[in-house]
Design a protein around this ligand. Structure first.
Ligand code: HEC
Length: 141
């Protein structure tokens, strides 16, 4: 009984990893979006949260170059890296912040913030992160 349950959990994960390997993209195991999920953050409130809790690693401008993040492998996500952030959904951003990197198949060096921040603060900070995603680095001349 228990074995069958474990097998049913492992099989889809293995399939996802296989697909990721074929497509040559890192596998992301993101749990399905709950029906009721909708991002409802206030980016202007989220900015203060970002400055105090996130900028140390992700950088003031979201370029992933905060001093506390410089030594991390993998490095903190650069939110202004359009290529990296392409196709990342609101749910994935929210879950990464709420439950930490491993909840979306990323490194544990991205800490979980549920418990430290309120759910509304997490909505707010994700809304702010999205404003940085909309400002990709200008191309070098
Ligand atoms: C201790 C350093 C550190 C702090 C502090 C931190 N992060 Fe991260 N974060 C990381 C790292 C490292 C990754 C990338 C992990 C990977 O690529 O496997 C990451 C990834 C993310 C991602 C996932 C991006 C994607 O590609 O899907 C989001 C969203 C994120 N961080 C938001 C935040 C927010 C918002 C805060 C503040 C509440 C925060 N982080 C604080 C280190 C940090």
């Amino acid at each position: 009984m228990i074995l069958r349950k474990v097998a049913s959990l492992i099989a889809p994960t293995a399939a996802l990893i296989a697909v990721g390997a074929l497509a040559n993209v890192p596998p992301r195991r993101v749990p399905p979006v709950p029906k009721e999920f909708r991002l409802h953050g206030d980016a202007s409130k989220g900015q203060a949260v970002y400055v105090s809790s996130c900028a140390s690693c992700h950088g003031k401008k979201g370029d992933g170059r905060g001093v506390a993040g410089l030594a991390l492998v993998p490095p903190p996500a650069a939110f202004d890296d359009a290529k990296r952030m392409a196709g990342v959904t609101d749910w994935e951003l929210f879950l990464a912040v709420f439950s930490g990197g491993p909840s979306v198949g990323l490194a544990a060096t991205m800490p979980p913030w549920a418990g430290t921040l309120t759910e509304q603060q997490i909505h707010d900070v994700v809304a702010f992160v999205k404003t940085m995603m909309m400002k990709p680095k200008p191309k070098a001349p």
